[in-house]
Each structure stands twice: as structure tokens, then as C-alpha cells.
Design a protein around this ligand. Structure first.
Ligand SMILES: [Zn+2]
Length: 376
């Protein structure tokens, strides 16, 4: 127990704000080496200060592959802390520090699970793979890099901070640029001459927000949100000939960028402004996250629920997340059924973030039992 707590605290004491994950990756690599495992480092393009590290344990027997995965970066410290965010401070059952909840407890539980199986290779078949990935809080470059390098598995546990329920579905998300054009002229001739792009955009916005979305039994529905707008030039007497907006679209399974674009195109056509509006997916360095949901009776979900009940003596309900995370990549891009469950806490991403150490102890036990059940 003391060893596990020391590992948790050691991980917390390493500053691993996104973009600075090299030190923590090397630290985790050294822990893997101490266990007799081989760390494999992985770097996205020229981001040399931002490593991910992965490893595997082969049972020597044929079987399936289980991936245990978590992100090693944290968000920035921010303001308003009562304690040093880099120094684990224990008050009652809480440990205060940046990453204490999201998600150095999860990393601790995964490392401890690996150590257990290194010493108990007879207790599973197939292979256990573990990945400690960088940049989840920004663009998920770490996971995308591992995907590009051929990461595969039959099942995965994402050790994210979520202890009272297991997430088995996430929405997807796109950012869509909608560019409205008009016709510029000196404002003295307006409105007899010129066409104001801002006025056209102003008519379009409420109609966009009224557009329908598909409905999903658990992920509810998608959303349309116009979250940025820009147009005109405050410094000159010119009728604006361009107004650009950013439309944020959360989607549920069954919706795609193509279906969203079609809705927008049909709308502008109906409004008779199709020749004045350009619609396109905002370019992004890496793919957008697509939505998914796993069946509630998937064997991995059932195994996790059974083991949670045995360890914690209460039920673990399934849940559905309205946002996106690395799990979307694992399930949609790589086709790996993934449950999202791990030690939690409070004040995630805020000041005075804290984690519960007893969640870490329980998660380790639940992960070990679940890997045994699935890789039997
Ligand atoms: Zn997280």
C-alpha cells in the first residue's frame, strides 16, 4: 500500500502539463524496466518534449489482447490553489494536487496491475498491452500516434477518472466553418447598393440553432451551437462582404459530418441564400472524434460491473458521456471495445483538484480481476 501511494505521489510530483510529458514518460519507462518490461517510446512528429510510452506482457499462451490505457498529461495548474499543485497534500481521504484526479491515480492503478501480471503470467492467456499517452488534453496526439504505429487490441480499459459509473458511449464533435458573403461598397450608398454579409448571417444563425439532430436512446441528441462570429471592419466605411462563423456540432451515433453538412446546405437552399454561403469542416491537424456506444451487455462491461460489485459491494451503473475523449479514437478508429472507468476525485481541471487514494486501491483490484475474466 505504501509503495502504491509513493508511486502515486511520485507521478504527481512530475510536472506533466500537456506538451511536457517527456519526464513522466521516462519515469514510467524506468518503472516498467524495474518490472522487467520493455518500454517503447513514441513521439508525435517534432514534439520531442512530449513522449508516450507503451509496453506489453505476453503470457506465452495464445489468446486475446487487452489494452490498459491512460493519459500522462494534465491541464495547466491555473490560479486559486490553497496548496502547491505539484505537491500531494493529504487531507482526510483526499489527496490534493494537479493530476490527483485526472489521471495519475489511473496511471498508478494500471502500473500496479502490470506489476501483478508480470509476476502472475500463469493467470491469463494472450497478451496485456499498456499505453501511457501524451497530449490527451489538447489534440490526443499521443493516442493518434500509437494508432498510426499499429496499436491493436481486442478489448481496452481506459483508466480515466470515473469511479461511480462506467462510460460506454460518447458523443462525437465537429467544428464547421460557415462563411457568408455579401457585396462591399462605401456605406454612404447603402442600402441602395451593396449587400451586408452580417445581416444575412444574422438571419441564418437562429435557423441553424433550430436545426434538428438525431435522437439516441442514451446519448440523447446532438447540438448545434454557433460559438464564434466575425465580420466587417470597424475601422472603415465599408459594407461588410464577409461574415464567418464557427458552428460547433456534437453528434450522436448515426450522424456524420456529411449528414450535418447536408442539413446546412438544405437550410441555406430553403432560405434562398445558397450562392452566398460556403460550408466546410474546419481543418484540424488530426481527425475529429466520432460518436459511439457499446452494448450494455458487452462481456467487458459485464465483467467490470461484476468485479466492481465484488470489490466495492455496490452496483456500477453504465453511463454515457456528452463530450469526447481518447476513448472515441480507440472504439471508432481502432475498433477496440473500450470501457472508461478508473479512480476519481473532484475539482477536475480546476483549482484544488483532488483524488481518492482508496479508489486507486480498489481500481487496481477491479482491473486485475477483469483482465483475468476476459483473458481466461
Ligand atoms: Zn483525463
Amino acid at each position: 500500500m505504501e509503495k502504491m501511494q509513493k508511486l502515486y505521489h511520485d507521478l504527481i510530483r512530475i510536472n506533466s502539463v500537456s506538451g511536457n510529458e517527456k519526464e513522466i514518460a521516462l519515469f514510467i519507462g524506468s518503472k516498467l524496466e524495474e518490472m522487467g518490461l520493455v518500454p517503447r517510446y513514441s513521439q508525435y512528429k517534432d514534439m520531442e518534449n512530449s513522449l508516450s510510452v507503451s509496453t506489453s506482457i505476453d503470457s506465452g499462451k495464445p489468446g486475446k489482447k487487452m489494452l490498459l490505457i491512460g493519459h500522462i498529461d494534465t491541464v495547466a495548474f491555473g490560479e486559486g490553489w490553497d496548496t502547491d499543485p505539484l505537491e500531494p497534500t493529504i487531507v482526510d481521504d483526499r489527496t490534493y494536487a494537479r493530476g490527483a484526479m485526472d489521471m495519475k491515480g489511473g496511471l498508478t492503478a494500471v502500473l500496479e496491475t502490470l506489476e501483478y501480471f508480470v509476476n502472475h503470467k500463469d493467470e491469463f492467456n494472450g497478451e496485456i498491452v499498456a499505453a501511457f499517452v501524451a497530449d490527451e488534453e489538447v489534440l490526443s496526439r499521443g493516442t493518434y500516434q500509437l494508432a498510426a504505429e499499429g496499436l491493436t487490441a481486442d478489448y481496452a480499459i481506459m483508466a480515466e477518472c470515473r469511479f461511480d459509473n462506467v462510460a460506454i458511449g460518447f458523443r462525437g464533435r465537429y467544428s464547421i466553418d460557415v462563411i457568408v458573403s455579401g457585396e462591399s461598397t462605401h456605406t454612404q450608398y447603402y442600402p441602395n447598393k451593396g449587400e451586408n454579409a452580417i445581416v444575412t448571417a444574422a438571419k441564418l444563425i437562429p435557423e441553424i440553432e433550430k436545426l434538428s439532430t438525431l435522437v439516441h436512446p442514451k446519448l440523447k441528441h446532438g447540438t448545434w451551437c454557433v460559438r464564434h462570429i466575425e465580420g466587417g471592419n470597424a475601422g472603415t466605411l465599408v459594407v461588410p462582404d464577409r461574415c464567418q462563423m464557427l458552428v460547433e456540432r456534437f453528434v450522436v451515433p448515426g450522424e456524420s459530418y456529411e449528414s450535418c453538412e447536408k442539413q446546412l446546405k438544405d437550410l441555406v437552399k430553403e432560405m434562398g441564400i445558397e450562392d452566398k454561403v460556403e460550408i466546410r469542416l474546419r481543418p484540424r491537424e488530426l481527425p475529429y472524434m466520432e460518436p459511439f456506444s457499446l452494448p450494455e451487455d458487452h462481456e467487458l462491461v459485464l465483467a467490470l460491473q461484476k468485479n466492481y460489485k465484488d470489490v466495492c459491494n455496490k452496483d456500477l451503473p453504465v453511463s454515457y458521456d456528452m463530450s469526447v475523449c481518447d476513448t472515441n479514437i480507440l472504439v471508432v478508429t481502432l475498433g477496440i471495445p473500450t470501457v472508461t472507468f478508473g479512480p476519481s476525485g473532484g475539482n477536475m481541471h480546476g483549482a484544488n483538484e483532488y483524488g481518492y487514494f482508496d479508489h486507486i486501491v480498489a481500481s487496481k483490484e477491479i482491473y486485475i480481476r477483469t483482465v483475468k475474466d476476459i483473458l481466461k
